[in-house]
Design a protein around this ligand. Structure first.
Ligand code: NAP
Length: 357
């Protein structure tokens, strides 16, 4: 008999913010570390494919998944302690990231204000090193606690260095551990410096501060500005299903960027510490005319060209067709290959990879 927190043949449509239709062979709603251990001992679990699901906000469902989907719902956020420099705070994997940030700010522990409002769970946040408006969670990460589901079921702690963070990347993503269910993140510990400094260099934040006549913003003011900027551009998935940024912002060699910029003087270019140059994918898409255009039941959003939206009843094939059309248009015009950002969950025979790399 299956444990009572596991449902067979479960509908996954409510579990992905793009609202694509699919079923899971088994859906396990995980509310505690003990439930993970119970699952590991269960004969149905052994040898079946598995996938760890947080908020489903960065996910494309390519069809039915015959194995176990582990929906991480472990709740809890707590103050762990402090030293002379920092305060240490823990978020259990199932906490909403956005609620966690709100709680830190309301409790008087600033630092995460530029990351307010990002959808998804705290447990999923380090996997792609979520970042926004000039901050990334890797800067604040102290420790990740994860369960080794593929071997001995023991917990392991990862330091920030172990995670080998990069732009929207970590060892969890690079090694595919989030897809294979190798390590299941159960808790994330943050370290917020007591010496707070405002991060206001990001163009849109600076402009909004100037417009409001604020010179030395407080954390709550920055959080308010970020929330307002997000609301202006990013559609709420509850009203218009989407998976956030659908393409990564491409990094290209500096010489290539310089040549592109001389042909397109208004192209936004952001030099990176590694010598490459980051381009704004939304700008490239807008230039091809895809901003606000639909194909089938999906479209690129009218306010933010980087967001692919489900206009109602979309299928995986609709998503694939539009993704291809946009990528081809950008490549034809600029010679730049866009790479989708969300993870694609496909049946194991078709491998679980990011689409069309
Ligand atoms: P945006 O502000 O239109 O910026 C587009 C691109 O330009 C991004 O690659 C951004 O880099 C870069 N950029 C803009 N100003 C910059 C500056 N002063 N210095 C360096 N790079 C700069 O982006 P958006 O789509 O509206 O999104 C707003 C923020 O939310 C961005 O930071 C974006 O990365 C973030 N976001 C993150 C996720 C995620 O973590 N999965 C999803 C959606 C949006 P950065 O990406 O480095 O900021």
């Amino acid at each position: 008999m299956l444990p009572d927190f596991v449902s067979p043949q479960a509908d996954l449509a409510p579990y992905n913010t793009l609202a694509l239709p699919a079923r899971a062979g088994f859906l396990a709603r995980i509310h505690s570390v003990e439930q993970l251990a119970t699952l590991m001992r269960h004969p149905e679990f052994a040898g079946r494919p598995r996938f760890v699901l947080g908020g489903g906000s960065n996910l494309i469902l390519a069809g039915d998944f015959p194995g176990f989907v582990l929906n991480m719902r472990i709740p809890g956020k707590r103050w762990l302690g402090e030293d002379a420099d920092c305060v240490y705070l823990a978020a259990a994997a199932g906490e909403s990231w956005s609620d966690f940030v709100d709680w830190t700010l309301a409790s008087g522990w600033p630092g995460l204000e530029n990351l307010v409002g990002i959808p998804g769970t705290a447990g999923a946040a380090p996997i792609q090193n979520i970042g926004a408006y000039g901050a990334e969670i890797s800067e604040f990460l102290h420790r990740i606690v994860a369960l080794d589901m593929a071997r001995d079921g023991k917990t392991r702690a990862f330091t920030a260095r172990d995670c080998a963070f990069d732009y929207r990347d970590s060892i969890f993503k690079r090694e595919g551990w989030h897809l294979s269910g190798r390590y299941v993140i159960t808790e994330v510990v943050f370290r917020l410096p007591k010496a707070w400094r405002a991060r206001a260099a990001y163009g849109e934040i600076g402009a909004e501060l100037a417009r409001r006549g604020i010179q030395n913003p407080a954390p709550a003011e920055l959080a308010q500005i970020v929330t307002a900027l997000r609301a202006q551009k990013l559609p709420d998935p509850r009203a218009l299903p989407n998976a956030g940024s659908f393409f990564q912002n491409p990094k290209v060699p500096a010489r290539f960027a310089a040549a592109l910029q001389s042909a397109h003087p208004s192209l936004p270019c952001y030099p990176q510490p590694d010598g490459s140059v980051k381009l704004a994918a939304a700008w490239l898409i807008e230039q091809t005319g895809w901003k606000g255009r639909n194909l089938g039941a999906v479209g690129m959003h009218e306010q933010q060209a980087l967001v692919l939206v489900n206009r109602g009843g979309a299928s995986y094939h609709d998503v694939l067709n539009l993704s291809r059309a946009v990528r081809e248009a950008v490549f034809a015009r600029f010679g730049v290959s866009l790479i989708p950002e969300p993870v694609t969950l496909a049946a194991p025979s078709r491998a679980v990879v990011a689409p069309e790399k």
